[in-house]
Write a protein that binds this ligand. Sequence first.
Ligand code: PMP
Length: 357
Amino acid sequence: MNFNLPALVRNNIKKMQPYSSARHEFSGNASIFLDANENAYGSPVDKSAGEKTAMYNRYPDPLQWQLKFQLAGIKGVPAENICLGNGSDELIDLAIRIFCNPGVDNVIVCPPTYGMYAVNAAINDVETRKIFLTNDFQLDIAGILNATDDRSKLLFICSPNNPTGNNMNRNDVEFLMNNFPGIVMIDEAYINYSNQKTFTQELSSYPNLIVMQTLSKAWGLAGLRLGMCFASLDIIDLFNKIKQPYNISEASQAIALKALQNSAQVNGWIREVVDQKKILRTGFNSLPFIINVFPSDANFILIKVRDGNDLYRYLAQKEIVVRNRTNEPGCENCLRISIGRPEENEKLLAVLKNYKT
Ligand code: PMP
């Protein structure tokens, strides 16, 4: 397929001059910084927090190079091919704003799936074309290509998918990367729990590919707000062109740099979640009111029960909150349950055993 990136990019984005910050314009060695109207005396947080490295009175590196170099080593993707966002939610919004003309272009999403693709499209006045997953929660390739026209700029694929938990069939994803005329954005938020190989290693073969990951799940940093996307240099240039100059705070960068040294801890948690998921699956399967326990490659399980709203309310009364997905297409009477700590999962199973339908 002939891929022409500029033809997909909005004209105003191509033409615009990006903001050039003080930190962008100077490179070299300097010891006195009088270029950014900062408070040269310090910040009240420095001493009390005992932080020697973080300088909160200074603007952070707009391109977060130190953090990206560390991520590059972990992810096996060059730092130049990474853009960081304030959560992957920011990256979804940026992608829509780069490629989709409001009121003109469309994006394709495959429900039941993560809600923020359609929400961000709506915020940007961009049409969402919904092509539902098949009965076994796989991509409807023919449906997607039938719905595609020359205004279809982005196709969102979530794998493993939220809320169903399954991987998308790799051949189907590859077929779409080869045949969808716009950008294919693969959301790998849950990839650390999956048996599926990441698509980050396919960037050189697919110039129309954006892969998204996050530190919010396996890395345990949902509160920090750090999402990553991986793509060609040309696509990353576009993200950098339109993102807010200082979208990742100094505090986030400093904490992430430290956290990323603890991969052994994270890998241990991933193994534990996978083990706990097996225990929960066995427990769920033994309960008569649970009609289906869907396969999961993520850190949650989707279950189908006789009456989803009733079970949701029952669990809430017992102070256990799960995600009620009963109103999502194809998810009638389904609850999505995150894998907790062993004692939390035990409690959940005990409470479920006492549920009277
Ligand atoms: N993608 C998927 C599939 C998700 O489930 C979530 C969070 N629930 C996100 C992205 C958002 O991640 P972040 O915290 O990085 O914004």
